[in-house]
Design a protein around this ligand. Structure first.
Ligand code: SF4
Ligand code: SF4
Length: 435
């Protein structure tokens, strides 16, 4: 009998227990000039200029918002270079030659006092998040400031997403283990911003070690309103809608916002980043990244400087086990992450993990109509029918099958008996459906 796939093989046992190591900074740092949400940019510096860490060196422009560009080291702007972005596209990067002096920009760095922080309104939080270019650090890259604008809706519950349900990923888990004080302090800021007491930190049920850490912290602050909310161990439990359902019982229908149901949710690493924005007025210039996969000699958890080349990071892992073999590179999790063609990639602030696998030579078989992909789809699509409609280029049927509801969780590919890349067909169907 074909079963619904919700459990993904846990491949991160080793990484789970490895502490985060500061990888150090490379000599060459690259900051993306554009990104998927902001395809244009202006720079306020010119080649040869000296830049300071945290300095605003330009502005990205998108159809809905602008985003400041910050230098992540001090040094010299030496020009542009094209490298792979996590989106899989070659884009222009601003090349900064690091002088290793860590000279901080005086216009950005300003520690706020407790009194100043206590007087901040939701609008202030929104402006700080915007000026610091805060985005979802769980990989979504969604601008944080937009989450503060709930269009006047009252927020009754704040959910902190510490679920990180994909295999291999450990950055959020390590963040929760290594920085519990910061996580709790960040949650308190959110309570202040939304005027909401009920804040729930969502953690997988099976992570008893992390739950124990927070239970102990929160026992000492019984009136904080912050609780640990153990949620299911299945995939995709970290998907916003599934997490909200598990944590509150509320089913947010497709096309609706959680705020319409009195809920906002933030990724746990984003919360720690926001704390840094608010407390020190500093943008995020460092992040945790897990580096793993069967092709990597020494899988590791690293703290990296934003703008570090992937090759530099892989060298620190001892390189490849079999350098001669063809590789598969994935940024983010193996289910929802993006596959990139080479290791000539730069780590931006939304790269949660680097996975390098030796290429699997096993071939796709024909579809045997087992229905496993249909049973496994968390948004109740019919991936096999979408695939067949894409193959037939039948645009009317594609639209009827509603591929735009797909959250690209990858379960249809993972569960496929015939090893077909079903998710790729659904992605193509989404493009057709938008035409
Ligand atoms: S169709 Fe989309 S949402 Fe459904 S299983 Fe496949 S990738 Fe996940
Ligand atoms: S695409 Fe794969 S999982 Fe879906 S019905 Fe065909 S063989 Fe089964």
């Amino acid at each position: 009998m074909i079963a619904k796939t919700t459990h993904i093989e846990n491949t991160r046992n080793l990484l789970d227990i490895l502490p985060v190591v500061d990888i150090g900074e490379p000599e060459d740092i690259f900051i993306a000039l554009e990104n998927a949400r902001c395809p244009k940019a202006d720079l306020t510096i010119k080649e040869g200029d000296h830049v300071k860490m945290y300095q605003v060196i330009g502005m990205r422009h998108g159809p809905f918002f602008d985003q400041p560009i910050h230098a992540t080291v001090s040094g010299t702007f030496v020009g542009f270079e094209k490298h792979l972005h996590r989106s899989g596209k070659m884009v222009n990067f601003i090349h900064i030659k690091n002088d290793f002096k860590e000279e901080e920009d005086e216009t950005v760095v300003h520690n706020r006092t407790k009194e100043e922080i206590a007087s901040l309104t939701r609008e202030d939080f929104m402006n700080i998040a915007k000026e610091c270019a805060s985005v979802g650090l769980g990989g979504s890259s969604f601008p944080t400031y937009i989450k503060f604008d709930t269009k006047g809706r009252e927020i009754k519950t704040i959910l902190i997403n510490g679920v990180e349900c994909e295999p291999y990923l450990t950055a959020d888990k390590r963040m929760m283990m290594e920085k519990p004080e910061e996580v709790i302090e960040g949650i308190k800021l959110l309570q202040q911003a939304f005027g909401t007491k009920d804040a729930r930190l969502c953690i997988k049920n099976k992570y008893k070690d992390i739950i124990a850490i927070y239970d102990e912290f929160l026992r000492a602050m019984p009136d904080s309103g912050i609780t640990v909310c153990p949620v299911g161990n299945f995939y995709p439990q970290g998907w916003e809608i599934a997490m909200i359902k598990s944590a509150t019982g509320i089913d947010v229908p497709s096309g609706h916002l959680p705020s319409e149901y009195g809920i906002v949710d933030f990724n746990v690493s984003t919360v720690v980043g926001l704390l840094q924005n608010v407390k020190y007025n500093k943008p995020v210039i460092e992040r945790f990244v897990s580096v793993t996969g069967d092709a990597i000699k020494y899988p590791s958890n690293f703290s990296i400087r934003v703008g570090t080349p992937m090759k530099y990071i892989l060298e620190k892992c001892g390189g490849y086990v079999h350098p001669e073999k063809k590789k598969v590179f994935i940024l983010g999790g193996p289910m929802m992450g993006a596959s990139i063609p080479s290791d000539d990639c730069i780590c931006t602030k939304t790269v949660t993990s680097i996975i390098v696998l030796d290429h699997d030579e096993s071939k796709e078989e024909n579809c045997i109509r087992c229905g496993s992909c249909v049973l496994s789809c968390p948004v109740h699509l019919k991936p096999v029918q979408i695939m067949n409609a894409v193959k037939a280029m039948d645009k009317d049927t594609i639209k009827l099958l509603e591929p735009l509801k797909c959250i690209e969780c990858g379960l249809c590919t993972y569960s496929c008996t015939s090893k077909i890349q079903v998710t790729d067909y659904v992605r193509r169907a989404k493009l057709f459906a938008k035409m």
